[in-house]
Every structure is written in C-alpha cells, then in structure tokens.
Write a protein that binds this ligand. Structure first.
Ligand code: SF4
Length: 349
C-alpha cells in the first residue's frame, strides 16, 4: 500500500549555499523555523486520522537535512522513534545536497528510520553546476548516490533542466547518468525564475534565458520517456503550488500547475498521432489512472486530434498497462506502448 506522506518543510535550514535559482523561503512558504517535537507529533496524529489505515511516511523536504547540526537532526527524528517502533510511522524521508552525504551520515539516519534520501543533483554537468552556484561537482553526486545505495537506502535524484549553461542534450545526459549510478526515482523540476534570486537579476539583465513552457514540456517529455524506458519512476514534474510555492513570485520559466499532466499527455497524443492517420474515427482505450492524461489538459489532446481530422473517444480499460493504449478502428484493435512504440531525438527539442 502506498504510504501517506506527512510533510515538513524545513526551508533553508542547514543549507550553507545560495544557489542562483533558490529562494527556499519562497518555495516552502515558511520562515525557516524548524518544527518542534510537539508540532511533529501533532501533525503525524492529524495525518494518521485521515490516512484510512494506509502507512505513514514522514518527509522533511527543503533545506539540507544532513548539513544541520547533528543535534538538530536527532531532535527532529527523536519524536518519531517510538512511532517507528510501534509501526505507526513506517519510514522517514529527507532531502539534502550531494556533498552533505557520507557513509557515516547515511548509517546514522538509517538507524533512525530514514529509508529514502532525495538528492538535489540538478545537473551532472560541472559547467552548469558552477554557473548555477551549486558548490558541488557531478562526481560528488555520483558518489553520494552510490554511497546511499550501498547502505540499502532508497535514493531519489532531483534534476533541474534549463539551468544556466544547460542544453537539452546535457539534461538528458544528466538523467542517464543518475539512472546509471543507481537512482531509484527522479523528480524533474524545470528551472523557474523566482523573484529576489540571482537568477532573477540575470534574467532582468538579459544574461539568462529560461526555458519557455512549450520547450520545457517538450524537453520533459523526452526525459520522462527515457526514464520510462529505463523503468525508473518520475514521481514529480514541476514545482508544486500546493506545497507552499508562491506562484506570484515566479517571474519566468517553465511552470504550470498541471505541468506533469501536460508532459504525460503529450506522450499519449504522440502515440495516437503516430498510429492513427488523419480523417479517422477511433476509440482509444487506456488504463483508468491515465484517463485524464490521454484526454489532455482541458481536453487538449482531443482538440489536437480534431485539428488532424481525427475523432477520438476515450474509454477506460483495467487490462491495459499505464503506458499502453489500445486503439480501436472499424477494422481492428491494436495495442501500442509509449515505451516501445515512440522514439524521440533530443535534437527535436
Ligand atoms: S542547496 Fe538547496 S536549499 Fe541550499 S541554496 Fe541551493 S537549492 Fe537552496
């Protein structure tokens, strides 16, 4: 059963850096204070009452958890220990920087119930990392992923296509490298320009051109497709407004409240375009969990097909995999897969 996440945003806490794109207080919507033991317990209790028996995972997002003083890390995790022992909380997830991880820290966290560590890798290109003020190298990211894996802890990599100096090919290479290194899952956050950041200054001065929404969606589509081919889940595409992102502070860049759906929808639309010639009338069957992606944001995919003279009716079919569509014409029904029946070149982005 998929756990329910009990989120805590610890904001800029523990982070000794100022990446050019980052205003953690804007992203998290908090003032940077850490939750007290009472606040942690009371929120877990609240989430538990609405979890309907599903397991709970406590997640400390934002900031750099492992760069906090060890005493504070322990204070944050200590209230959870009795709940972990009792099975009330199943696991803990933290996020941190690649250069703030080593075997000793992973072991200590693992002993206190941390089962997932998310790393802000952002890019595997050293020039992009330097231009973004990250303060760590790609080699450190590789080392961190391997170190976490070695200790049996699940590792996620966050990637940020569209950083200063980045290219679509470099973004794809970054994704492939973190997958090869053993990342268990990915988050893809196309770069946005937030007010008050160094990136906003560069943008205002004409020194930085962010990805547009259209180009960002095209790039994320290729990245998602490659991750699907490698069987690595992408658990999130685009910053999440309901986790405290102040949308008003976004000055430019690839952001939309339904960015992930836009990206997935394009994959399904491309599949229909590839196998249904113009002027046809078809019924498209898909897994029920993918209905809204197949229809598209505001029925965008249905309209895209209508422009080609293709009439589409979409119905749910539990027998299909998430990545499959069964396309039914007057003559026959054939099943196609996003993974094996679509091919993208990064040069198209
Ligand atoms: S390391 Fe993370 S929290 Fe720190 S400045 Fe960079 S993005 Fe923000």
């Amino acid at each position: 059963m998929k756990p329910v996440t009990v989120p805590f945003f610890i904001s800029h806490q523990g982070c000794p850096h100022t990446c050019v794109f980052c205003d953690q207080r804007t992203i998290s919507g908090t003032n940077g204070t850490l939750p007290s033991a009472e606040q942690i317990l009371s929120r877990v209790d609240l989430w538990r009452s609405t979890a309907a028996g599903r397991p709970l995972e406590v997640a400390f997002f934002g900031g750099t958890f492992t760069a906090l003083p060890e005493k504070i890390q322990t204070e944050l995790l200590a209230p959870l220990q009795p709940l972990l022992a009792a099975g009330t909380v199943e696991s803990v997830r933290i996020s941190t920087r690649p250069d703030s991880i080593d075997s000793e820290r992973v072991l200590r966290l693992s002993d206190m119930g941390v089962r997932t560590i998310e790393l802000g890798v952002q890019s595997m290109d050293d020039a992009v990392l330097a231009a973004s003020g990250r303060g760590h190298s790609a080699a450190e990211s590789l080392q961190a992923i391997r170190c976490i894996k070695k200790r049996g802890v699940s590792v996620g990599a966050q990637l940020m296509p569209g950083l200063p100096g980045d290219t679509p090919a470099a973004s794809l290479a970054s994704l492939e490298q973190v997958i090869s290194a053993g990342a268990d899952f990915l988050r893809i956050y196309p770069t946005v320009v937030l007010q008050g950041t160094e990136l906003a200054r560069r943008y205002g001065a004409g020194e930085f051109a962010p990805l547009s929404l259209d180009r960002g969606v095209s790039l994320c589509k290729v990245l998602l497709h490659r991750a699907m081919q490698k069987d690595i889940p992408v658990i999130r595409i685009g910053l999440q407004a309901d986790q405290g992102l102040n949308v008003e502070s976004i000055q430019a860049g690839c952001w939309h409240p339904a960015l992930g759906q836009m990206v997935r929808s394009q994959l399904y639309a491309d599949l229909v375009c590839r196998f249904v010639p113009p002027g046809r009338c078809v019924t498209v069957h898909c897994h029920p969990a993918r209905l809204s992606d197949v229809v598209g944001v505001k029925r965008g995919n249905i309209e895209r097909q209508a422009v080609r003279g293709v009439q589409v009716r979409v119905i749910a079919d539990f027998t299909l995999k998430h990545e499959e569509l069964a396309i039914e014409t007057e003559d026959a029904t054939a099943v196609y897969s996003i993974i094996s029946d679509l091919h993208y070149s990064i040069r198209e982005v």
